[in-house]
Design a protein around this ligand. Structure first.
Ligand SMILES: [Zn+2]
Length: 261
C-alpha cells in the first residue's frame, strides 16, 4: 500500500470531576447529566498510529528542502500568532506535529451515511439527536456542509453502539488521514447508554456529544477550555466563537507535517 495512513481516536467523556472544578457560571442551557452516570474522569486517548506513518514522522528532517522548512515555520508562526483565540496547538500534540484536515480540492460538502441499528434499543431517537448535533455546524466559517447519503462510499459514517469501551464515554471519532495530512474518512460511533446499568443517555446529552464528534469530523482537536464545544467534557451545545475561529484557521493553513528541527 503506497498511501500511508494514520488513525487517531478522539473521544468525548463526561466528567463530574472536571465540571466540579470550574467556578464560572455554567452555559445558559447545559444539558443535565445524571451524576450516577458520571463516574470517570475525562478520557484522553493517545493517538494510535500505524507503523509506517509513525516511522515517517519520527524521521529526522535531514535533507528537508529549505523551502519546505520555511513553509513549516510559516505555518507554525501563523498558529502561534493567533494565541489563545484558537487551540490548534493541541492538534499538533496528538498528531505528532501534522496539520490534518480535509483537502483543499475536496468539495465543501461532506457526505454522511447514518447507520441506525434497529437491533439496538433506543437508536431511533438517537438518530434525530445525531442529526441535530450535525446541524450545529451549519454556517461555519470554512463553508463546510454535511449532506446525508445512502451511498456505499461516503466521507463520514455514523454508527451506534449500546456502550463504548470507556463507561462514561458516549462518542468516538476515528479520523484517517494520509502522509500529506489530508483526511480521507471519518467514522463516528455514538453510545446509546451511559453506563452498565443501562441508563439511556438523555437527548440533550446525545445532541451535545454528536455536535462534538462532528467537530472532530471536520478535523478539530480538543480544546482545554470548558466553554468550547470541543472540550472533552464540554457542557455547551453548539460551537463557540473559539471553536469556529480554530476551524477557520485550520482551513487557512496548509495540511501536512510542521515538525521543525
Ligand atoms: Zn472529543
Amino acid at each position: 500500500m503506497s498511501q500511508r495512513t494514520a488513525i487517531i481516536v478522539l473521544g468525548v467523556a463526561l466528567s463530574v470531576i472536571i465540571l466540579g472544578r470550574v467556578s464560572r457560571a455554567p452555559a445558559p442551557t447545559p444539558a443535565p447529566v445524571p451524576e450516577a452516570a458520571v463516574t470517570a474522569p475525562a478520557v484522553t486517548r493517545p493517538p494510535r498510529h500505524l507503523g509506517p506513518l509513525a516511522a515517517t514522522l519520527n524521521t529526522p528532517l535531514l535533507g528537508t528542502p529549505a523551502i519546505d522548512l520555511n513553509a513549516r515555520l510559516a505555518t507554525r508562526r501563523r498558529i502561534e500568532r493567533e494565541g489563545g483565540r484558537v487551540y490548534l496547538d493541541s492538534m499538533l500534540a496528538t498528531t505528532d506535529s501534522v496539520v490534518i484536515r480535509w483537502g483543499g480540492d475536496h468539495p465543501p460538502t461532506l457526505t454522511v451515511r447514518f447507520e441506525p441499528d434497529s437491533s439496538r434499543k433506543g437508536w431511533q431517537g438517537a438518530l434525530d439527536d445525531a442529526r441535530t448535533g450535525m446541524r450545529s455546524w451549519a454556517d461555519n466559517p470554512s463553508g463546510f456542509a454535511f449532506r446525508e447519503s445512502k451511498d456505499s462510499v461516503v466521507d463520514v459514517v455514523v454508527r451506534w453502539n449500546t456502550m463504548l469501551e470507556e463507561k462514561s464515554q458516549l462518542g468516538l471519532t476515528v479520523v484517517t488521514w494520509n502522509a500529506a495530512g489530508i483526511i480521507e474518512s471519518a467514522i463516528v460511533t455514538l453510545g446509546l447508554f451511559q453506563n452498565p446499568d443501562s441508563i439511556p443517555a438523555p437527548p440533550p446529552v446525545r445532541r451535545r456529544v454528536a455536535a462534538h464528534e462532528f467537530g472532530h469530523v471536520l478535523g478539530l482537536p480538543h480544546s482545554s477550555r470548558l466553554d468550547d464545544l470541543m472540550h472533552s467534557s464540554s457542557p455547551v451545545l453548539a460551537p463557540s466563537r473559539r471553536d469556529l475561529a480554530t476551524l477557520q484557521l485550520l482551513y487557512a493553513i496548509n495540511p501536512g507535517p510542521v515538525r521543525t528541527p
